[in-house]
Design a protein around this ligand. Structure first.
Ligand SMILES: *[C@@H]1O[C@H](CO)[C@@H](O)[C@H](O)[C@H]1NC(C)=O
Ligand SMILES: *[C@@H]1O[C@H](CO)[C@@H](O)[C@H](O)[C@H]1NC(C)=O
Ligand SMILES: *[C@@H]1O[C@H](CO)[C@@H](O)[C@H](O)[C@H]1NC(C)=O
Ligand SMILES: *[C@@H]1O[C@H](CO)[C@@H](O)[C@H](O)[C@H]1NC(C)=O
Length: 404
């Protein structure tokens, strides 16, 4: 105790001397600044020329052996951006090609890191490469893809610059896909998905995040293992790329299966009148996809308060898009499903159900749908749910029916 008191007193006595010293230092500092300003009258030029100096350092230092080894060390301790055994020493890690189209979809980014990267939007309107808009086909599956053969036929002969494929399976599932398939090496880093929980929304956003890293992807379709295409690629491509709207199902259901799932704990951010419901199988444009991976605030409310019997995958996107981006949305889905049987699950089409009539009915049942302020007889591009035994009969359908 005594020691501490003495020390305090000493400090107090010293303080007037300290003040003098501080003043002296301050005066010196001000004089220094004035001298500095006078001697370097081009202070602005100093700042603008700095990056040039760094660039010069970089260029001259590049061939030095110490520099190259440090590059190699960084790349091998982190991840090899080039596939195979070549390290950045021999490869241009910052090349436009590896930035635009990484050779591998594998990465160790967390969702948070991925969504941040995916949310980056170029400010420069022109691209330094020829950007052909692509449709990203995003498959969310548990295990293998039972309709792989049908999808491969769908993509056969199509321009590879017009589509990309992403597959999110359960973790640990390794799809056996031949290296000649368009599905080869298209699995993204995945995490556990439990149906009816927010992890389903996480997987949707993870697919969007990975697909957004390709700046050419313009439209994003979410598909399941039980989905099939009901038109050929050129028709689907034209329909989606030409649309001014996204196709995300969003409607107000006043029943207990709709509004009944709303939680008042979401107030004041989400009000009952904002609440929407819709099928999770969306097709959206890039602008909207970026807004979705960028949202944290509303996502969290669903994570915390949309618990069974509320299902985040049926309410989060329909509500979020309705609240902020309604004008971008056609509010309908392009993925057909048959709910006519009632009950919690839609009808599933098996081998016996596959007929020319069924497919024709899905392709066009006589009604029309709105499309860019017009009407079109094409309402659905994809259909679900098909059970794996439907594959054979689907492949045997006349190719003139599906167009592929
Ligand atoms: C990167 O490549 C080098 C050279 O082939 C290899 O030794 C290293 O283990 C690789 N690193 C990773 C993270 O794969
Ligand atoms: C594809 O796989 C076959 C057989 O496994 C192999 O012989 C061939 O070299 C592979 N092709 C490529 C491009 O990797
Ligand atoms: C979809 O619903 C939003 C409201 O959420 C509305 O603003 C928009 O006009 C609707 N889209 C079409 C094509 O009717
Ligand atoms: C055709 O499809 C639309 C959209 O799903 C539906 O509203 C309508 O009832 C169907 N019409 C017939 C005749 O099945």
């Amino acid at each position: 105790m005594r020691g501490r008191g003495e020390k305090d007193e000493h400090v107090f006595k010293d303080s007037s001397v300290g003040l003098m010293r501080l003043l002296f230092v301050l005066i010196l500092f001000v004089i220094g600044i004035i001298i500095g300003l006078v001697s370097s009258s081009h202070i602005d030029r100093y700042f603008t020329s700095q990056p040039n100096n760094f660039y010069m350092d970089y260029v001259t230092a590049a061939p030095a052996p110490t520099y190259t080894t440090s590059i190699a060390k960084i790349s091998s301790s982190d991840h090899n951006c080039s596939s195979g055994s070549t390290v950045c020493k021999n490869d241009d890690c910052l090349s436009m090609d590896s930035f635009r189209m990484p050779k591998s979809l594998t990465h160790k980014m967390t969702d948070n890191e991925l969504f941040w990267r995916a949310s980056l939007v170029p400010d420069k309107p022109e691209y330094p490469f020829e950007r052909v808009p692509k449709v990203a086909f995003m498959f969310m599956t548990r295990g293998p893809l039972p309709f792989l053969l049908l999808w491969e036929r769908f993509f056969r002969g199509q321009d590879v610059n017009k589509y990309s494929i992403y597959v999110h399976t359960n973790p640990g599932v390794h799809l056996r896909i031949s290296n000649s398939s368009v599905f080869y090496n298209r699995q993204i880093p995945s995490q556990d998905v439990r149906w009816g929980t927010v992890t389903l929304v996480d997987a949707e956003r993870r697919l969007l995040g990975n697909a957004l890293l390709d700046f050419s992807n313009e439209r994003f379709v979410l598909l399941s293992e039980s989905c099939i295409p009901v038109y050929n690629f050129p028709t689907i491509y034209k329909y989606l790329i030409g649309s001014t709207h996204s196709f995300l199902d969003s409607y107000d259901d006043p029943s207990r299966y709709g509004r009944g799932r709303y939680s008042r704990r979401m107030k004041p951010d989400i009000k009952l009148r904002d609440w929407r419901k819709g099928s999770q199988w969306f097709e959206i444009q890039r602008t909207l996809a970026i807004k979705i991976v960028s949202d944290t605030r509303y996502y969290k409310l669903f994570k915390w308060y949309c618990l069974p019997s509320c299902y985040p995958d049926e309410h989060y996107l329909p509500t979020f898009v309705n609240m902020f981006h309604g004008a971008l949305n056609a509010n309908r889905t392009v993925t057909y499903v048959d709910w006519s049987l009632g009950g919690p699950h839609p009808a599933s089409f098996g081998a016996k159900d596959i007929t020319v009539n069924l497919i024709q009915h899905i392709r066009n049942n006589g009604t029309t749908c709105s499309y860019n302020e017009e009407r079109t007889s094409i309402c659905f591009l994809f259909a679900r749910k098909f059970s794996p035994d439907a594959l054979g009969p689907l492949l045997r359908l006349p190719s003139t029916l599906l167009g592929f």
